[in-house]
Design a protein around this ligand. Structure first.
Ligand code: S3P
Length: 168
């Protein structure tokens, strides 16, 4: 079983993935940390030195490596589902869950935490950037098999929703 948590930066994917993996006794893979470990550079450094397209290609290679593994919960990078066929790859190889949050909630959660997120760090109107990006990304995120509201979400609740989904 592979579980992919997708959604915008700040929606809680990393924290929830860690807790969910613990509950299920799975391995947690945080794609951003996996990237840093593999390529020995931060995401900001990568964007600065090689640009976004290069980052997306490397991220895709990591995703292909990740789907070889089993019993994992993956905190997927915010932009990963929107590149090439990444969303199809995840849907074909596991259970995708979209952690949904509104632009204003995301804005409040992200406003002090953009430094390691080059796309958001470059913005001079963060709320507008989040709103526009989310509009473009929702068609991809909405391809997830399950959508869950992110506010007050717990790993326990995700387990319950997965069970209900599997019983359907
Ligand atoms: C990105 C989100 C980040 C990281 C990179 C690009 C994006 O991941 O992969 O900065 O395009 O939204 P998080 O969703 O973990 O913040």
């Amino acid at each position: 079983m592979r579980i992919f948590l997708v959604g915008f930066s700040g929606s809680g994917k990393s924290t929830l993935a860690k807790k969910l993996a613990k509950l299920l006794n799975y391995t947690c893979i945080d794609m951003d940390s996996f990237f840093v470990q593999n390529y020995r550079m931060s995401i900001s450094e990568c964007f600065l030195a090689y640009g976004e397209q290069f980052f997306r290609e490397k991220e895709k290679e990591l995703l292909i490596e990740i789907i070889e593994k089993d019993d994992i919960v993956v905190a997927v990078g915010g932009g990963t589902p929107c590149f090439e066929n990444n969303m199809d790859l995840m849907n074909q190889n596991g259970l995708t869950i979209y952690i949904q949050m509104s632009p204003s909630v995301l804005y409040n959660r992200l406003k002090e935490h953009t430094e390691h997120r080059p796309i958001l760090a470059a913005s001079n109107d963060l709320l507008l950037t989040i709103t526009n990006l989310l509009k473009n990304r929702n068609p991809f995120y909405n391809q997830a098999k399950i959508t869950i509201q992110g506010i007050n979400l717990t790993a326990k609740k995700i387990v319950q929703i997965i069970k209900e989904y599997e019983e359907k």
